[in-house]
Structures are given as structure tokens and as C-alpha cells.
Write a protein that binds this ligand. Sequence first.
Ligand code: UDX
Length: 434
Amino acid sequence: MRVAMIGTGYVGLVSGACFADFGHQVICVDKDAGKIAALERGVMPIYEPGLDDLVANNVKAGRLSFATDLAEPVQSADAVFIAVGTPSRRGDGHADLSYVYAAAREIAASLSGYTVVVTKSTVPVGTGDEVERVIREARPDADFAVVSNPEFLREGAAISDFKRPDRIVVGTEDPRAREVMAELYRPLYLNAAPILYTQRRTSELIKYAANAFLAMKITFINEIADLCEQVGANVQEVARGIGLDNRIGSKFLHAGPGYGGSCFPKDTQALVKTAQDAGVPLRIVETVVAVNDVRKRAMARKVIAALGGAPRGRTAAVLGLTFKPNTDDMRDSPALAIVTALEDAGVTVRAYDPEGMEHARALLPNVTYCEGPYQAAEGADVLVIVTEWDAFRALDFARLKTIMNQPALVDLRNIYRSDDVAKAGFTYTCVGRG
Ligand code: UDX
């Protein structure tokens, strides 16, 4: 199959490279000439484990190429994927669809022969209808179908999520489009990954419902963690105890500083808006959004408590700034709210993150950025683990004790055992474990 992937952001680039790896002929298109030139030199615009090799191998094999103009790639494509951004619209929280519709208009001009136009971007229910209308209006003669095919890729694990998905969702009422999609995903189908064919609107909603449900699971366990702290229970054991029930499942029950990232915050907010507009407010999701919002900043209170309630003039060493490990993504990272709240309270923040510091510098300009956890800890009154990078899982506490001003650890990801930390002579604060 010949594929044109419009947008070389996180989703477009990973999906394009994976389709090429399946043996399809893929051209990834982006208006950003700098990005395309860098990709042609083998320089990735994002940090994603394994992506540079995957791209390099498929470019070398002649299955993957890059372009800044979509006309030729679209003309020759069997399937054109729209994988452009759908950020939160400033002011009202609705998804901003201007990039999607702009892409649709441009695609329309170059369609030739039967083409499946696939929305990969996360788009509110009904967007497929609008994309179809935009294309039909511009090209009444065109032979095409618009399909919804949401992505369920986690940053840091995107390639394996693409290649070994729990399911593939394809929303279309067009039998020809279904055949094209089946052919595109055939390698996975052979791996027995279930493909769920459904109506386009249903498919669009599946994506939002999945993300909202996962965000709800995290928020639920976070609230249970707070309760555990008050009543002397252990949230990790509660999570295990409920997660072993197959109806609940053990995943996404890690208590922490609140969810962040490029998807959950934006998608839960957009779903809330869609539901309100439809006259069916989703109260649970509204609460999840509100609870998660206040949680991030509230985590700073744990740090202030670890400083004996006297933050002014003290120093905190923050380990991990990205919203989760194995990414350089700072979007809606809990670290942003936590560091800002600490600075507001008069705390000086030193920080280290293996991949996120370049982006963090622009967002948190008052932080002193360090070259490793030990440099960050020098002279600090408290060490705060915000993101659970592997590099922070076996810290040398004896060494930390000699360089810190005071041996205190706030572990917002529960990656240490309180006994071990206490044995090392540190005070220990964690999440929901008494
Ligand atoms: C998510 C979805 O998992 C993916 O299917 C979707 O397509 C895009 O959004 P991603 O944002 O990359 O992926 O990360 P994910 O691993 O889901 O984590 C999201 C946030 O939730 C992170 O801030 C993470 O730290 C937090 N989280 C996750 C928890 O706090 N506890 C958990 O148990 C799981």
C-alpha cells in the first residue's frame, strides 16, 4: 500500500515509520522544512526509544521518505493519514481543529483515484463528517472515504504499542475503505490483534472514552492514596488487592502526582466540552479534570512539610521533570505546577532530568539545571522525585547524605521502600503509604 502521513509529530512519525516497517511505501509530510531536513539527516524531532533506528532502517530500505509538499504523496496514495495536532483551544478547552481542516482542504486538491482519508489525530465526535464535507465541497468529483482510526500509543513505548496493540479501531461505513484498512494492518491481524470495525462516530468516541477512563482510574487511586495517608493504609497494597480482580485490572493504578502529558489533560477536557454541548454533561470526567488539576500543585505541600513547614530560603533538588520517563515531553507535566508552587513559597529549585531539560528551560526559567542527580542534590534541604526515570531507582544514599544539607526524600512515585530510606538515615515522604 502507498501511504501519505500528514504531520510528523509524535503520532505521525511513529505510525509512518511502523507502517513502512510492515512493508508499505510511506511518505511523511510536514510543512516545517527544518524538521523534514533534520529527519532526512536522521535527526529525530522527539525522543522516543528505538525511533531513530526504525526510521534509519526503513529509509535505507527505500520504504520511508519525507516531503514538505503533500500534493505528490497524496496523488499517489491509497491511504492519506491526517496526524496533525489538535491542541486545546485557548480560552474554552475545546479541541482546536483548524490544522485538521486545513490539511483536509489541501488533501482534497490533490486526490486522485479512490483514496481513503484517515483521521489519526484525536478528534471530537463528528469531525469525520466535517472532514468529509470539506473535501466533498472542494472536490465534488473525488472518489474517497473518510475513516476514523484513533491511536493508542504511549510515549516512551509507542513503537511496541503500535506493533503489539491490544486492539485496532477502524470507524467507517464504506466497505472499500475497510478493505484498504485491513490490508494496511494485515501484519498485525496475522499477530491476532483484534480489529474492531465500527461506525465512524463510535470510533471517534472510543478514543476519548478510553483516555477518560484511564485518567479516571489514575485519579481514583490518587484519591484513595490521600485517604490511605489519613487512615494509615498502604495504597500500593490496595491497588494490588483491587487490581487482581479481573473486572478492575492492575494497570493504571499507580498513585502519584497526577496525570500529565500531551493526551489525558487535553482529551479529558475536550470530552467534557463535547458532552456539555450535547446536553449530556459527564460529571465523573468533569470531577476527574478538577481533582487532577489541584493535585499537581498540592504535591508541593508535601515538600514544604518535609522542610518542616519553613520553605523560604531553602533548596529543593527535583529529580525528573518530564510528565513520565522515557520521553522529553514536558506538556502538562506535574513538575511544572510543583516547581512553580515551590518557587512561589520561596524555595530555590535545582533540577535534573535525563531528557527533558532543554524543553524545561523555557518553561521553568528560574530553576538551576544540573548534570546529574548528585549535582542537583548538592546543598539541598530536600530531594524530590517527580518522575520515575530508571536512573533514579538506585540512588546512592550514603553519597547523597554527604552532599545534601539535610537528608530528606520526597518520593512522589513511590519507587523506594520506606524501610530502606529510613535505614539510610533519610526522612521519607511518599504517596499513600502512611
Ligand atoms: C496516553 C495513553 O496511555 C495512550 O493510549 C494515548 O493514546 C495517549 O495518552 P501517554 O500520555 O503517553 O499515553 O502516557 P501514559 O503512560 O498513559 O501516562 C499518562 C500520565 O498518567 C503520566 O503522567 C503518568 O505518569 C500518569 N500515570 C499513568 C499515573 O500517574 N499512574 C498510572 O498508573 C499510570
